[in-house]
Design a protein around this ligand. Structure first.
Ligand SMILES: [Zn+2]
Length: 169
């Protein structure tokens, strides 16, 4: 089975983005090539993560970058390809984050996510990995795994009460 990269899929009603993606059963050369292309496309589109359905393939693969994001800095720590990722633990504590998506250009919104998660996935060598992520890195992975289940961040945005304007204007 080969995985030709298609153009970036966009639109809130795009059927490929709304499908539930299938688990990967075999890690072959074609899949490895696909995964590397996914990473390249993530960076070309200035994304922090990219899921296979966003490039037209309904398979459970995501590319995700890890960052050290603070108010004043955003340091890049590397990227991870996850095959068949599954969240096996999640914190009760939640975090509100302003999200965007390559597939929904010009949209942003606040989404409530778990503050930290433990993810189980298969790496490109076929090895099972279990890793814990928190804050921005956990947000990215939750956003990307949602793509594998046909869920877009716009489905989850929460409305924030408008801050009261300063009395003196
Ligand atoms: Zn997205």
């Amino acid at each position: 089975m080969s995985y030709p990269i298609k153009k970036i899929q966009t639109g809130i009603n795009n059927p490929i983005l709304r499908n539930i993606s299938e688990e990967v059963e075999e890690i072959n050369q074609d899949l490895i090539v696909f995964c590397h292309k996914l990473v390249v496309l993530m960076y070309q589109n200035k994304g922090v993560g990219l899921a296979a359905p966003q490039v037209g393939e309904n398979i459970r693969v995501i590319a995700t970058s890890q960052r050290d994001k603070k108010k004043t800095k955003d340091k890049f720590l590397g990227e991870t390809i996850m095959i068949n990722p599954k969240i096996i633990e999640k914190s009760k504590e939640t975090i509100l984050w302003e999200e965007a998506c390559i597939s929904l250009p010009n949209c942003t919104g606040m989404v409530k996510r778990h503050h930290s998660i433990t993810v189980e996935f298969i790496d490109l060598k076929g090895k099972k990995q279990t890793k814990k992520y928190k804050e921005f890195n956990a947000v990215i992975i939750q956003h990307e795994i949602d793509h594998l289940d046909g869920v877009l961040f716009m489905d989850k945005t929460v409305k924030i009460a408008e801050k009261k304007k300063n009395k003196k204007e």
